[in-house]
Design a protein. Structure first.
Length: 320
């Protein structure tokens, strides 16, 4: 049974044009379907249905004419005109299209981030694994055959799983685009460019549009600068990757300003130089990446510098 409630009004609303026959047939079909569903479930009302039934019974105090749908002299109220139906349908379709595009573009993307000194291991839905180093931000999208990771900043070690359909795995890191199907490699964003060290398998690296792509084999590495130009291939350094996963930094005849840049990736309190010329000094050794104070004291001792500790920074300056 389908009931219709006419809005209360002291004046009768002006009559509209009759409903188009095809719209009326469609509405009657929907009503008939709903009526069958209600009959099938009438004998087992849920609490919500019982409450609804009570509301309908309370409405019984209204005049019967407001509910008499069978009276021949009563015209069925026209809820929408044909134009209104088409406009509403078009609006709903547009809304669904916009929502679908939003989900396609953004809904499948997951964001992961690490703070200073933090590392994080991720297991992706395709079986691949990522290890994020300190101060790293990645956007991951695994959807169907689309496997994409955007390394926005920082450093990550990728262990890409092969899929039965050999779907490519794409890493976008600044100007560099790395394409693989199953391999293990390290990617780091640095100075606007990208460093890539391949440990296993093969990858295809693309830089500036129009330039030829380059293939890396296991044990090889290269860099792509901020303008998209690819460096010559060099040997990869798996030891450096292994050390950062253990929270260690190895320096070999490294400029002091470069060493500070490396340590400050992990530090909440940065280490700075009072005089830029001190950056030309060199440092050797292996250090705990999170022990900035210990490193600063060692440098001060070796080079005869003075270390000043403030709440927001450590400062190395020439000794008095």
């Amino acid at each position: 049974m389908v009931r219709t409630v006419i809005p209360f009004s002291a004046e009768r609303a002006p009559e509209r044009a009759p409903i188009e026959p095809e719209a009326l047939k469609a509405a009657e079909a929907v009503c008939e379907s709903l009526e069958h569903e209600m009959v099938d479930t009438a004998h087992r009302d849920t609490p919500a249905e019982a409450e609804t039934r009570a509301v309908w019974e309370a409405l019984g105090v209204l005049d019967r004419r407001d509910f008499d749908l069978d009276a021949p002299e009563t015209r069925r109220p026209e809820l929408w005109s044909r134009r209104e139906v088409w406009v509403g349908a078009a609006s709903a379709a547009a809304a669904c299209l916009v929502a679908g595009l939003w989900v396609w573009a953004y809904g499948g993307t997951q964001h992961y981030q690490t703070v200073a000194g933090e590392q994080k291991a991720l297991a992706l839905s395709d079986g691949s694994a990522l290890t994020l180093n300190t101060r790293t931000l990645v956007d991951v999208r695994i959807q169907g055959r689309k496997r994409e990771v955007h390394l926005v900043e920082g450093e990550a070690l990728f262990a890409v799983a092969k899929t039965p359909d050999k779907a490519p795995f794409i890493v976008q890191a600044g100007p560099a685009r790395i394409k693989v199907t199953g391999t293990r490699f390290n990617v780091r964003r640095k100075d606007g460019g990208t460093q890539i060290d391949l440990l296993e398998g093969q990858v295809i690296v693309t830089g500036k549009p129009g330039l030829p792509e380059l293939r890396l084999d296991a044990g090889e590495a290269l860099s792509v600068d901020r303008d998209g130009f690819i460096s010559p291939i060099r040997p990869a350094d798996p030891l450096i990757i292994d050390l950062w996963r253990k929270g260690q930094i190895r320096l070999f005849n490294t400029r002091l300003d470069e060493a500070l840049s490396e340590f400050n990736r992990y530090a909440d309190v940065p280490l700075v130089l009072a005089d830029p010329e001190l950056g030309a000094l060199t440092v050797d050794g292996q250090f705990d990446a999170r022990e900035t104070r210990t490193f600063a004291r060692a440098v001060a001792s070796v080079h005869g510098l003075q270390l000043t500790e403030a709440p927001d920074r450590f400062v190395l300056r020439r000794g008095a």
